[in-house]
Design a protein around this ligand. Structure first.
Ligand code: NAD
Length: 264
């Protein structure tokens, strides 16, 4: 426990009640960081997640139910982290949603929600986290983008636009912090089997009248040459690496972990 690299640091992970965010939060906690969880879900389940992290990794946690579409709630969450832990040292902008539809059928309110949650919330958390990172002259900002921040797929216009925007925002943040010990990078996962992707698996199983397992294989075979899902634990390990001293000069990159998706 004593050689853990992030003892004394605080990590805020948006959208960490599930999936990739939870995996990254657990990996950072395993290195000793205190954790600010955020996201939606059953309050008893969230309390159990917090208890498990605190017990397993001997760290402190807090939870905010701030809705990433609401600027005032994001500000309250950042104030809560400041009051509880004296600021956020590691900010992981991970909250995100997906909607799949052709542009001419795309519900306008879904477009607005995806841009707000997947892109604009990262601007708000970053602008509010930077002053305390600058005061301490240390910080790590990790934006969970996607392969869809690098390449497009049909039917995912809002998601692709938001994730390309997030990769761009990552580069600007990296430039504005380049003369400090604050770094900003993006992680671009391929398919990870979380509730967000399970919905796409379910839709495909229904559309093609195939089993859940066949739908998973079919989805992967279209895009991900390894034929295997990326895991939240693998993404958590990459986040921990970005927090290390070895990664100090990695700035403004969009690092894909995608089973070969973007190599094609
Ligand atoms: P998930 O659905 O398992 O988790 C999403 C999290 O975001 C949950 O904690 C949810 O409560 C939270 N959330 C949703 N709307 C919110 C809001 N308005 N305010 C606050 N929190 C909100 O999804 P996931 O697959 O773990 O996705 C996490 C991130 O990873 C997303 O940004 C997603 O775009 C990205 N990503 C996922 C995949 C994948 O294959 N699953 C691939 C590439 C990128």
């Amino acid at each position: 426990m004593q050689s853990r690299s992030l003892v004394g640091k605080t990590a805020l992970v948006t959208g960490s009640t599930s999936g990739i965010g939870l995996g990254i939060a657990r990996s950072l906690a395993a290195e000793g960081a205190n954790i600010c969880l955020n996201g939606f879900g059953d309050l008893q389940e969230i309390a159990a997640l917090r208890a498990a992290i605190e017990h397993e990794f001997q760290v402190k946690t807090i939870y905010s139910n701030a809705d990433m579409t609401q600027t005032s709630q994001i500000a309250e969450m950042m104030t809560q982290a400041q009051n509880e832990f004296g600021g956020v040292d590691i900010l992981v902008n991970n909250a995100g949603i997906q909607h799949v539809a052709a542009i001419e059928d795309f519900p306008v309110e879904k477009w607005d929600a995806i841009i707000a949650i997947n892109l604009s919330s990262a601007f708000h958390t970053t602008r509010l986290a930077l002053p305390s990172m600058r005061a301490k002259n240390w910080g790590r900002i990790i934006n969970v983008a996607s392969v869809h921040g690098l390449v497009a797929s049909a039917q995912k216009s809002a998601y692709v636009a938001a994730k390309h925007g997030l990769v761009g925002f990552t580069k600007t943040t990296a430039l504005e912090t380049a003369d400090s010990a604050i770094t900003c990078n993006a992680i671009c996962p391929g398919f990870v089997l979380t509730p967000l992707v399970q919905k796409q698996v379910d839709a495909r199983a229904e559309r093609d009248n195939i089993s859940n397992e066949e739908a998973k294989k079919s989805l992967l075979s279209e895009k991900q040459p390894s034929g295997e899902f990326v895991t939240p634990e693998q993404l958590g390990a990459l986040a921990v690496f970005f927090c290390s001293d070895a990664a100090t000069q990695i700035r403004g990159v969009a690092w894909n972990m995608d089973g070969g998706w973007v190599a094609q």
